[in-house]
Design a protein around this ligand. Structure first.
Ligand SMILES: Cc1cc2nc3c(=O)[nH]c(=O)nc-3n(C[C@H](O)[C@H](O)[C@H](O)COP(=O)(O)OP(=O)(O)OC[C@H]3O[C@@H](n4cnc5c(N)ncnc54)[C@H](O)[C@@H]3O)c2cc1C
Length: 504
């Protein structure tokens, strides 16, 4: 009789759905996936609110990995004018920086507009401090501040990086490890940006082969017609069609070990009925936050591992979705629309008199996200801390706060122009690289020692992984399971050498 093996997979997100489908494609192991939310996709889900779809974060689909690019297009083919709903659109990227109530190119370019917006004096200071930093770099780099200053000069750092980065992380750049910079914006520098600006006029980027350019400079990307969640919903359908199980609104709360300390099962809580059940499996693949994972193992982890995990820092995230009839006319926004909608996918809000970090304009990701594309569907992104003052506001207050900030920014005339709204809170959106993260290796050593446990994905590895990285960690974990060698190095090595940034 065939002894069917079971893989218990925690989370129904890019990493876990990739793992589930790859197990099915390459083996007879059956995936059983548990997801605590009521929909699939994880951070890459699409929330449908009154017919308008929100992409939490604004997800560009591009990767340096051909395997990932092909995998995606195998699920959703490229739109080549066949008017199908299940397809990827090819989008051009435009994102700018809003600072001094003016729009700046992103990445910053040395052009007439930048010089004019910044003013003569500031430009001279930027030039001089860049030259000084190039001549006298600060080594060793002890913090993110050192990293930025060495590459961009002090004045450019103070003008464009410091406030925004501290808004994102809620701590000073001097307290953040330089490895964050190395991972997220490695290879970018003033000279490369200048070179790119010159080259851009000569050549156009190809969407098929994106791995030759520093990723922050990518200008085209794929995007599912109905938002990123559409892709993951399709993958979830395929996993189910092939006989896998996906249980939504089920939270994994505990890991069960045999007397020999072998991982044998999990306890799951139905978050609606509050019923608990125990499920046994052969392999365990997890993307639940490392902090929660270690906590769910009871007394098994050594004390120092419990302490490090308990102190792991995260940054949380809130999106306020606002449906606007029109925005305020702004001479610099370059809007070609009657409703004054800027052409950007998203705008970095550099101003320090508001808390909003980025402004998404979902129409420019895909017009199909909006029920009536004459309206403007905005996402105001706030980086915050679970239970801080902003996070704890009621939905109505958070929405009112967002509307007021748009008015303060001179981007909205009046609150009467907003016709619908929603607030979405996303805990642990960013695994952070400070605090006890410097001791993370102890957690890794411990989790690696559990032979049939595979940590993958973003929060699953406490790593700043994007969708493609999360998928690759899944790919290698599955290959490790199938080969029988239970290799853990390969997943950990993803996103060590290759990278791109998701925000400035
Ligand atoms: C603002 C922002 C912008 C981004 N932009 C991009 C981009 O442009 N391109 C890109 O590729 N990526 C981008 N990303 C990253 C992308 O969202 C993530 O890399 C990707 O979603 C991570 O996938 P994952 O599979 O690791 O898990 P996640 O998406 O983190 O999903 C984890 C899932 O596990 C579930 N879960 C957690 N604990 C439990 C439990 N105990 N029991 C059951 N379920 C549990 C959660 O509910 C969640 O659904 C962005 C992220 C953010 C925050």
């Amino acid at each position: 009789m065939e002894n069917k093996q079971v893989a218990i997979i925690i989370g129904a997100n890019p990493a876990c759905l990739t793992a589930g489908l790859e197990l099915q494609r390459q083996s007879t192991i059956t995936p059983i996936i548990f997801e605590e939310l009521n929909q699939v996709g994880g951070l890459s889900r699409t929330v449908n609110y009154n017919g308008n779809r929100i992409d939490i974060g604004g997800h560009r689909f591009f990767s340096k990995s051909d395997w990932v690019m092909e995998w995606w297009q195998n699920i959703l083919p490229l739109d080549i004018g066949q008017h199908t709903d299940n397809c990827f659109l090819t989008r051009s990227r435009l994102s700018r920086i809003y600072f001094l109530r003016k729009f700046f190119d992103y990445p910053i370019r040395l052009n007439a507009r930048t010089l004019f917006n910044l003013g003569f004096l500031r430009v001279i200071k930027i030039g001089i401090s860049y030259i000084l930093s190039s001549l006298f770099p600060h080594y060793p780099e002890n913090s993110l501040e050192d990293f930025f200053v060495n590459r961009f000069g002090k004045e450019l750092y103070f003008t464009f990086f410091k406030d925004y980065t501290e808004k994102v992380w809620g701590v000073r750049c001097t307290s953040i490890s330089p490895s964050w910079g190395a991972q997220r914006i490695k290879g970018l520098s003033v000279s490369k940006a200048l070179f790119h600006a010159l080259k851009k006029n000569i050549t156009r980027q190809s969407i098929k082969n994106q791995n030759k350019t520093q990723t922050s400079l990518f200008e085209r990307f794929l995007y599912p017609k109905y938002g990123p969640g559409q892709l993951w919903e399709r993958v979830a359908e395929e996993v189910s069609e092939r006989g896998g199980t996906i249980e939504l609104q089920h939270q994994v709360t505990e890991f069960l070990f045999s007397d020999e300390k072998k991982l044998i099962g999990i306890k799951v809580l139905n978050v609606v009925s509050r019923e608990e059940k125990v499920i046994y499996g052969d392999y365990f693949i997890s993307t639940m936050p490392v902090k929660n994972l270690i906590q769910a193992m009871g007394n098994l982890p050594p004390d120092h591992v419990k302490r490090i995990a308990g102190e792991l820092p995260y940054r949380d995230f809130t999106t306020v979705g606002l449906l606007a009839k029109k925005l305020k006319k702004n001479a610099q926004s370059q809007s070609a629309q009657d409703n004054n909608m800027p052409p950007d996918n998203w705008i970095y809000i550099q101003e320090n008199d508001v808390k909003v970090g980025r402004l998404q304009i979902f129409n420019n990701w895909s017009p199909y996200l909006i029920k009536n594309p004459e309206n403007i569907w905005l996402g105001l992104e706030y980086f915050c801390q679970e239970n801080d003052a902003l996070w704890s506001l009621s939905d109505d207050d958070l929405i009112a706060f967002g509307i007021n900030e748009l008015i303060t920014l001179d981007l909205l005339e009046s609150k009467e122009d907003i016709i619908d709204s929603i607030a979405i809170r996303v805990p642990k959106a960013y695994p952070a690289y400070f605090g006890s993260y410097s001791e993370f290796n102890s957690i890794r050593e411990f989790s690696d020692s559990i032979d049939n446990l595979f940590l993958i994905g973003r929060n699953g590895m406490h790593k700043y992984n994007n969708q493609d990285h999360s998928m690759l960690t899944a790919r290698y974990a599955v290959e490790g399971i199938i080969s029988g060698n239970h290799e853990k190095h390969r997943p950990w090595n993803v996103n060590v050498d290759d990278d791109y940034q998701e925000e400035k």
